[in-house]
Design a protein around this ligand. Structure first.
Ligand SMILES: *[C@@H]1O[C@H](CO)[C@@H](O)[C@H](O)[C@H]1NC(C)=O
Ligand SMILES: *[C@@H]1O[C@H](CO)[C@@H](O)[C@H](O)[C@H]1NC(C)=O
Ligand SMILES: *[C@@H]1O[C@H](CO)[C@@H](O)[C@H](O)[C@H]1NC(C)=O
Length: 541
């Protein structure tokens, strides 16, 4: 780290072209509309919560801020690529940062944290902001004005914008520093994780290392499935949210010991699979019920907060039926399973979020990405009244998602043959209590890869998967999160030190430090002896 006091006049530190003189990169099959490049000094930004976890606060950053806009040949899109090039202490590496939800990237939000670590970092909107006029999370980009699907933007998000960003970024890196990056990385979670797999499949030479956390593979199935709980709740009668907290606690308590130790965590993929919780066991139990209310937050908008009063509530068989349906997941009337349900132990609160309104009625607050995905991508009907969706309507929407979107978005597009041959490294960690994307889909995909490429050990040469007990989607949850997965990937790529375990940690609200060394799939965390909060008390078997 450079500990010298900040200087006002930096001058050019590198052998390349000064920031303000960078020229438009060359991109086959696209026209560069504009390049803007200017030094930014002493940049700071507070930490803010986003869908993928808190974006870190940054301060005193000095970088060359490059914004390139481009249009694909024969298309009417406008794609932005933002590249931030540290003015000093560049670590020689390039890092592309992915998006989340229905966004290809988060613009400037996640770049600062990586620039602070010396990376030249980039993100792209993939054209999904419609030239900075809409929030891509709205899904509005998915349909053209005439109501037909915007195939150009679908393709951009599916994979094309990944390569645009890599080519543009590497070009300006070479111009500015006078040399190519020594290594190139992808980092993303959720949609950004899926983009990482798409990068590996479609552009196996763009990145030496890919950190793809909780990837949104199986997107045509799990996203509709995230809307199953609202459909169940609205059709069954909306219960107070406290029933979900009670059920989550009971599910964890019952299934935690299945892995051989009672430590508050369902620790192995096998104990998750064998967890068969019967919701009827809680019928008749009286609980102290605190509900969720909504409050307007100046930064993040409406957010859920605990309501002021609590009351007693006795759990009923109607409540148990709701829980059973959510855990079971979407299915047809005659019982055909469409996708997995909520993973046992995962938080109900994002896909089955319920609030008490001012007038004492209850409302479901659906996961907006799932709602917008169904409306604009699957049903292709902005007028569709999602609040009226019946089970039968749901099944149709789920099937439309697969038939309409499968050809572009399906897992068949995520063939890793080329990436294996390229010598690249793919690292994924996934929370076993992921509340948005089921870990069962991840297991199924990985097992398919193992079958195709000669078994777990052969695949581990270039692709490693670590499940994190109790961890939520991308971050958080009640279990430890990996401490430095990017660092593990960098050591693997640059020094050939393949991560055998992934160290993870969490400090509970009570101040207890819980650590685990996460095992690579299909190995399982196995308790040997000692303090259940310590990684050293477990081995991988
Ligand atoms: C950098 O910004 C901080 C506020 O974020 C300010 O206190 C400091 O004086 C600035 N430093 C320079 C050299 O301008
Ligand atoms: C980077 O440049 C773009 C385009 O000129 C501008 O909109 C953006 O605000 C700049 N970012 C920073 C942090 O200065
Ligand atoms: C109750 O309040 C919500 C807003 O908090 C409103 O949308 C709804 O229409 C109200 N319902 C009744 C029956 O007044």
């Amino acid at each position: 780290m450079n500990m010298e006091p900040a200087q006002v006049n930096f001058g050019q530190q590198y052998m390349g072209t000064p920031c303000a003189q960078l020229v438009a990169p060359v991109l086959p099959e696209a026209e560069i509309l504009k390049i803007e490049a200017a030094e930014v000094h002493n940049y700071s930004f507070p930490t803010i919560p986003i869908f993928q976890g808190p974006a870190p606060a940054v301060s005193a950053l000095d970088f060359c801020n490059v914004t390139v806009s481009l249009r694909h040949s024969g298309a009417d899109d406008t794609v932005y690529v933002n590249v931030w090039l540290p003015l000093r202490d560049w670590n020689g590496r390039y890092q592309a940062i992915g998006g989340g939800g229905l966004a290809a990237g988060f613009g400037d939000l996640l770049l600062g944290g990586q620039v602070a670590h010396g990376y030249a970092a980039s993100s792209t909107d993939g054209g999904l902001t419609l030239d900075n006029t809409i929030d891509p999370m709205s899904g509005l980009w998915a349909l053209k004005e005439d109501g037909t699907p915007n195939d150009v933007l679908h393709l951009n998000l599916a994979w094309r914008s990944i390569h645009d960003m890599a080519v543009v970024s590497k070009d300006v890196i070479k111009q500015f520093y006078g040399s190519d990056p020594s290594y190139s990385y992808w980092q993303g979670c959720s949609q950004g994780g899926r983009q990482g797999y798409a990068a590996a499949a479609k552009y196996p030479h763009d990145f030496d290392g890919i950190l793809a956390t909780a990837p949104a593979i199986d997107i045509t199935e799990f996203v509709p499935a995230d809307y199953w709980p609202p459909v169940v709740l609205r059709n069954a009668g909306i219960p107070p949210s406290c029933i979900f907290e009670e059920y989550q606690k009971s599910i964890i308590a019952e299934c935690d010991p299945l892995d051989g130790v009672t430590d508050g965590l369902i620790s192995t993929h096998e104990s998750l699979e064998s967890c068969k919780f019967d919701p009827d066991t809680l019928v008749g139990k009286t609980i102290s019920c605190g509900e969720g209310c909504q409050e307007l937050d100046p930064v993040i908008g409406w957010k859920k907060v605990p309501c002021k009063k609590t009351s007693d509530l006795t759990l009923t068989s109607a409540h148990a039926d709701i829980i059973r349906e959510i855990l079971r997941g979407p299915h047809t009337a005659d019982g055909k399973q469409l996708w997995y349900g909520l993973a046992p132990g995962a938080d109900f609160d994002v896909t089955a979020s319920v609030i008490l309104t001012e007038n004492d009625t209850r409302e479901v607050v659906p996961f907006m990405v799932a709602e917008n995905f169904l409306k604009y991508l699957a049903l292709q009907d902005p007028e569709y009244d999602m609040t009226k969706m019946t089970h039968e309507d749901y099944v149709k929407a789920h099937e439309l998602s697969i038939t309409r979107l499968g050809p572009l978005w399906g897992n068949q597009e995520l063939d890793l043959t080329g990436f294996k041959q390229s010598g690249g490294k793919l690292l994924t960690w996934f929370g076993l209590a992921d509340q948005y994307i089921t870990p069962f889909g991840m297991m199924r995909y990985r097992e398919g890869i193992q079958t195709k490429f000669g078994g777990a050990d052969a695949v581990d040469e270039w692709y490693r998967l670590f499940f994190a007990p109790g961890a939520g989607h991308c971050f958080g949850g009640h279990g430890p999160n990996p401490v430095d997965p990017l660092g593990a990937l960098v050591s693997w790529v640059e020094e050939g030190k393949a991560p055998d375990v992934l160290p993870a940690a969490r400090t509970t609200e009570a101040g207890v430090e819980i650590t685990r060394d996460l095992c690579r799939f299909p190995k399982k965390l196995t308790y040997t002896n000692g303090d259940v909060n310590e990684a050293a008390s477990f081995t991988c078997q």
